[in-house]
Design a protein around this ligand. Sequence first.
Ligand code: NAI
Length: 252
Amino acid sequence: MTKRLEGKVALITGGASGIGRATVEKFIAEGASVAIADIDVGRAQEVADAVATPAGEGRAVAVGVDVSSFAEVEAAVASAVDAFGRLDVIFNNAGIAGGKPLLDHDPEVDYEPMIRVDQHGVYYGILAAGRQFRDQGGGGVIISTSSVYGEHGAELSFTYSAAKAAVIAFTRSAAYELAQYGTRAVAITPGRVATPIINQFSDELRATFAAEQLRGALTQPEEIANVVAFLASDEANAINGTVVQVEDGYSS
Ligand code: NAI
């Protein structure tokens, strides 16, 4: 059977952990070459080494990037192109979570730093990859990780929810702007996924999170990666400018 992403080149931010790491593994299994871009370049290199099985050899590189810097995101796109000759997919997935009661916020601590990563980082990825797609003759897919919080809002996650809502708005507008180049843009909204972001919490809180989804369990990162691989593939060419909910019926 032909692999779903055979010959495609992807840049995956936050690829050193959680959803990003699972997506790197899935993309490699589906035949893609992957630039694993993360602020933790050591762990990104570990992932690159782990997927360098005989079948995956030469198809993964680690790239250090802080997505809150446009210059670094541009450099990461350039690194992917240097390594593999082109770029077909960007998965804007790096993010940080957390929060405290709104009225306890210090804007310089509780708003701006998170917006720089979770919101500006996605904007920079869309801009840098969009230009690359245009300059190499069009096409390309932009997938960005929002969250159920971006649709519903949430207690104790004021800034995070705002950034994740922006990811949805960016995606819709990018699809309109970039359709002329044949570029697609899609956002995903995971619910509760078993990654370090969630695993840091107590068993009790994790059980509460699991109960918020219809299967009564946390989503596995591999289940998100399966959807991202489909969205990145040509099988999903009719999915554009929209949000794909991978949230197992989440309701809080
Ligand atoms: P994770 O903590 O396992 O992975 C996040 C990765 O992003 C880490 O490797 C980290 O080093 C990297 N990163 C953080 N700041 C960065 C920066 N400034 N530049 C480059 N890389 C940076 O978390 P997880 O759960 O895999 O999160 C991935 C995405 O999924 C995030 O955008 C998160 O907000 C989103 N999400 C996660 C959910 C969950 O339940 N785990 C639910 C909904 C959305």
